[in-house]
Design a protein around this ligand. Structure first.
Ligand code: SF4
Length: 366
């Protein structure tokens, strides 16, 4: 198996390079390339060609390798299918926005949570990702933005100079089932890439002990809760985790987090329809009554509701609801004083829902 140079510490990297009969300073040069996210040795222009060739035979740069890269038609979104060293695959998405460059990071290969609307869970949980595997996703996006130009670290990142400025841990997996590594990754992203805590978001389906752990950790990041239903009964039907942690418990822990850190709590809400027996679409979780119930849950709290119109996943039997129904739902929340926005679909033309790219590849549908 090839050695992953990014996984070696400075001393180990130096040993590796000097064992090849090379001077020590080469290790430092290679480390600089690794820290920029160099995807292979071929790009390392200041390394002699014979050493680059040798390294390509016996080593890899990062613990993630790009298997497939898709660009949206507006060039604002790049979706990566990445392979880990044991052959597992994950996804990572780079979004270029007016407020900066945001990377959506996966925290697990697969997911055990079983949400009924999600493609990422269809193949089950494979394993947790390491700190390096999460960090390398950000470096992959960074390389995409900057290539071999040196990263210019400025206070709190700089939205306009082509650096990654925001991280959302919202890709495949449940981050709070891998809390220790997620915290290690975010500490490193904040310390080494200078991404401010306020530009980092962790999204959970509602693992209460994990939310409490984040609270204890004490960093003022943003917390997002995947709520998707306003009653335990309905939520339990589409999110098995609700049978373990009820809505009120989840929201109490989340409100405590946002109060402690003085941060607005993000509520994610996918708007779902279902097909009736005649094949017509009926509202599933997005009626006026659902909107009123959701308002009651969130009333008097500092929240932002992100409404997410359903993204078709072939393997799941939900349906999209009309634009009018989406707006009606939003209007009720707004009338009740709840900050609400409809999430703009990013890169819809390059792979729709989270987890689909990996799923398609796993079926050999390249
Ligand atoms: S929505 Fe998130 S927590 Fe639920 S199955 Fe998908 S990846 Fe897992």
């Amino acid at each position: 198996m090839k050695t992953i140079l990014f996984n070696l510490n400075d001393k180990e990297l130096e040993q590796f390079i000097t064992d090849l009969g090379q001077p020590r300073f080469r290790a430092k040069q290679i480390r600089e390339w690794l820290n920029r996210g160099a995807p292979d040795f071929g790009v390392m222009k200041n390394i002699p060609e014979d050493l680059r060739n040798k390294l390509s035979e016996i080593a890899e740069t990062l613990p993630v390798k790009i298997v497939k890269k898709l660009e949206s038609s507006d060039n604002q979104t790049t979706k990566f299918l990445l392979e880990l060293t044991d052959g597992e695959q994950i996804e990572c998405v780079l979004m270029r926005t007016t407020y900066g460059n945001s990377v959506c990071v996966s925290s697990q290969a697969g997911c055990a949570m079983g949400c009924k609307f999600c493609a990422s869970t269809l193949l089950g949980l494979k394993r947790n990702l390491t700190v390096n595997e999460m960090y390398a996703q950000v470096l992959t996006a960074q390389w995409e933005l900057r290539g071999d130009r040196l990263r210019d670290i400025r206070p709190n990142g700089d939205a306009n100079n082509g650096d990654v400025s925001h991280i959302v841990v919202m890709g495949t997996g449940e981050p709070l089932q891998n809390t220790e590594n997620v915290i290690g990754f975010l500490e490193r992203a904040n310390g080494e890439l200078n991404i401010s805590w306020r530009r980092i978001t962790v999204s959970t389906c509602g693992i209460v002990p994990g939310i409490n752990e984040l609270n204890k950790w004490g960093r003022p990041i943003n917390l997002a809760i995947s709520l998707h239903a306003p009653t335990d009964e309905l939520r339990g039907q589409i999110m098995p985790i609700n049978n373990r942690y009820k809505l009120n418990e989840v929201l109490d822990a989340a409100f405590a987090f946002s109060d402690t850190h003085n941060r607005q709590l993000m509520i994610e809400y996918i708007l779902l329809g279902k097909y009736d027996k005649n094949g017509s679409v009926v509202i599933y979780n997005a009626s006026a009554e659902h909107a009123e119930k959701l308002s009651n849950l969130l009333h008097n709290h500092n929240v932002m509701v992100n409404l997410i119109p359903w993204n078709c996943v072939d393997e799941r039997d939900f349906a999209s609801i009309s634009g009018n129904a989406v707006h009606r739902f939003q209007d009720i929340l707004i009338k009740n004083g709840i900050h609400t926005r409809i999430r703009r679909e990013r890169g819809a033309d390059i792979g729709s829902a989270c987890g689909q790219l990996r799923l398609k590849n796993a079926k050999g549908n390249r």
